[in-house]
Write a protein that binds this ligand. Structure first.
Ligand SMILES: [Zn+2]
Length: 510
C-alpha cells in the first residue's frame, strides 16, 4: 500500500466495467456500420466494433490505472532497458504506429499482458525467471502480437455479441467471486481471456517480430518452456499466467518449430542473431525477488508496514491481501465471513488530517450511507474516529459497516469492515483489529530490505547442494534449480552465471 498522493486511485473494477459498458453501448450502436476487417498482422478477418482510435483511447485510459494498481518497479535503468528492447520489437511489428508504452510492474507474480492500443507490461516476477534478452524479447513479441492482432478489442466485441458487457460477466462468474478476486487486484480488462487461437497467433507473431528485431527467435519457445516448468511446480506465483496462457509446454514445442526455418535463413545469410545473456545478467543483478517487505509483511501475528510506519494485529488464522492501493484482511481464503479493508483516505484542505471530518465527508459523499454514528477518540495516542455506518441496499434491507479513520504521520487511514449476517461475533474481531493499529517502532522492521537476486559466476563441477546450502539463500533447492534451469543435475555442467536470491535483513522472510 502506498499513499495516494503518488497516483490517482483507480476506480473499482465494477466502475471500470461500467465505463467500458458505456463505450460498449456506443460501439453496439455503431455495430451496423462495423464489418469484418482483415487484420494486416494475421491476414485473418475479424469482427471488431472498435475503431483503432477507440482502441488507443482504451489503452490510454487504462494504462495509468494498471500502473497505480500494481505499482511501477522502481529502477530507472531496468525500465529504460526494457523500454528500449521492447520498442525495437514494436518497430519491427506489423503495426509500429500503435501507442506503445512498456512498463515493468512491481509484483512477484509471473505475468505479462497487453492492453488494446499498445500498453504492454511485464512483471519483475517474470523477469527473474528469464535467462537471456532473447527470452524477454520473446515475451514482449508475444504481447506485441496480441496488440497487432487486436485480440483485446476482438474479445470485447465477441463478449458483446454474447450479450455480456465486458468485465461484468467475468466479475459475476463463480471463479471471480472468490475473496481474493473481490479484493480488486485485477482490472476488468485483465479478466478478459484470450482464446487458445489468440495465444497461438500471438506466439506466431512473437517469433516473427523477435526475429525481425534481430534476436534469436527461439526466445519464445525457451521462455514458454520455463513457464511450463513453473506451472508444473504449482504454487502461488502463477495464477494470472496460468489462466490466460494455457498449455505452455505444447506451445513451446510449436514455437520451436516456427523458429527453425528463420534460424536456417539467418545462417544462410550469415546473419548473427542476438541472445544477450550477459546484458540480461547486468540487468538482473539486484532485482527484487518475491514480495517486497518494505510495502508490508506479516510478522509475529501482526501486519507491519515499514514504509508507512504502522502495524496492526491480525486475528489468529486470518489472511492478508496487500496491494499498492489497499490492505485487506479476511478470516478464510474461500469462505470469507468477515473482511476488513485499509486504505489511505484522500486528504485535502477541507478535511486535513482530522478523522472526524473524514467521517463526515464519507457520509456526505456516499448516498448509500443512510446512517453514520461514532465517536472521536485516540487509538494508541493517534487521533481516531470509530463508528458504524448503515448502508441501504435499495430494497429496504440495511447493511451495517464498521468504519474508522486514524491519523498517523502524513496520512489518514480508513478502515471499513464487513461481516456476514450469520457471523455477528466477527464484528468484535474486526473492531479489535482496528484498535490494535499503532506506530511501528521496531528498528529491525523499519530497516527491512527485500530479498534480491545476486548474480555469480560458477565453475563446472560446483555441487548444486553447496549452492543450496548458502547461508543467506532465501529459497529452497527446488526453486533455485528452477530459477537457474539446473534440472536434476548434481553439479554445474559448464562455466556460467547463476542467480541467487539472498536475504538482506534478519526479519525477512520471517
Ligand atoms: Zn498471450
Amino acid at each position: 500500500m502506498e499513499p495516494p498522493t503518488r497516483h490517482r486511485p483507480p476506480r473499482h473494477a465494477a466502475d471500470r466495467a461500467l465505463a467500458t459498458g458505456t463505450l460498449a453501448a456506443l460501439a453496439l450502436a455503431l455495430a451496423a456500420l462495423a464489418a469484418c476487417v482483415t487484420n494486416p498482422a494475421t491476414g485473418r478477418s475479424q469482427l471488431v466494433f472498435y475503431s483503432v482510435d477507440q482502441e488507443l483511447r482504451i489503452g490510454h485510459r487504462e494504462d495509468p490505472r494498471i500502473r497505480a494498481e500494481y505499482g511501477v518497479y522502481d529502477d530507472e535503468a531496468l525500465l529504460e532497458w526494457f523500454e528500449t528492447l521492447s520498442m525495437k520489437i514494436a518497430r519491427a511489428s506489423d503495426r509500429p504506429d500503435y501507442d506503445y508504452r512498456f512498463t515493468v510492474l512491481d509484483t512477484p507474480v509471473v505475468n505479462a499482458f497487453a492492453l488494446p492500443g499498445g500498453p504492454v507490461y511485464a512483471t519483475r516476477g517474470l523477469l527473474a525467471y528469464a535467462h537471456d534478452e532473447a527470452e524477454v524479447a520473446g515475451v514482449v513479441g508475444h504481447e506485441v502480437g496480441h496488440v497487432n492482432a487486436r485480440h483485446g478489442v476482438e474479445q470485447m466485441s465477441r463478449q458483446q455479441i454474447l450479450g455480456g458487457v465486458v468485465g461484468v460477466a467475468s466479475l459475476l462468474s463463480p471463479k471471480a467471486r472468490r475473496a481474493s478476486d473481490l479484493l480488486g487486484t485485477a482490472a476488468g480488462l485483465l479478466l478478459l481471456q484470450y482464446s487458445r487461437n489468440h495465444e497461438r497467433e500471438a506466439d506466431t507473431l512473437g517469433v516473427r517480430y523477435e526475429f525481425a528485431a534481430g534476436w534469436d527467435p527461439l526466445g519464445v519457445a525457451r521462455f514458454l518452456g520455463v513457464l511450463d516448468r513453473i506451472s508444473a511446480r504449482g504454487g502461488q506465483t502463477l495464477p494470472v499466467w496460468l489462466s490466460t496462457h494455457p498449455d505452455p509446454g505444447q506451445r513451446s514445442a510449436r514455437a520451436r518449430e516456427l523458429a527453425r526455418p528463420l534460424i536456417a535463413r539467418a545462417r544462410a545469410e550469415g546473419r548473427d542473431l542476438a541472445v544477450g545473456t550477459e546484458t540480461l545478467r547486468a540487468r538482473l543483478d539486484g532485482l527484487v525477488y518475491g514480495d517486497d517487505p518494505r510495502q508490508g509483511f506479516v510478522l509475529d501475528g501482526a501486519f507491519r508496514h515499514p514504509a508507512l510506519r504502522f502495524r496492526f494485529d491480525l486475528p489468529p488464522g486470518w489472511k492478508v491481501s496487500n496491494t499498492p492501493q489497499r490492505v485487506v484482511v479476511y478470516d478464510e481464503p474461500r469462505q470469507t465471513t468477515a473482511l476488513l479493508e485499509l486504505r489511505v483516505a484522500a486528504s485535502d484542505q477541507e478535511v486535513g488530517l482530522d478523522p472526524e471530518r473524514h467521517a463526515r465527508r464519507l457520509a456526505a459523499a456516499n448516498p448509500r450511507i443512510v446512517a453514520l454514528e461514532g465517536t472521536s477518540e485516540t487509538v494508541h495516542g493517534l487521533p481516531a474516529w470509530i463508528g458504524q455506518a448503515t448502508l441501504g441496499d435499495g430494497t429496504g434491507a440495511a447493511v451495517p459497516l464498521l468504519v474508522a479513520f486514524i491519523a498517523h504521520r502524513e496520512n489518514v487511514y480508513r478502515f471499513t469492515g464487513r461481516w456476514a449476517a450469520s457471523a455477528d461475533r466477527q464484528r468484535s474481531l474486526l473492531e479489535a483489529t482496528i484498535r490494535s493499529f499503532h506506530p511501528e517502532t521496531d528498528p529491525e522492521v523499519l530497516r527491512v530490505r527485500p530479498v534480491v537476486l545476486r548474480l555469480e559466476d560458477v565453475a563446472p563441477g560446483t555441487a548444486i547442494a553447496d549452492l543450496c546450502g548458502r547461508r543467506n539463500l532465501a529459497v529452497d533447492c527446488q526453486e533455485l534449480r528452477l530459477l537457474n534451469r539446473l534440472g536434476n543435475a548434481p553439479t554445474v555442467a559448464q562455466t556460467r552465471w547463476i542467480k541467487l536470491p539472498v536475504r538482506q535483513s534478519p526479519v525477512y522472510p520471517p
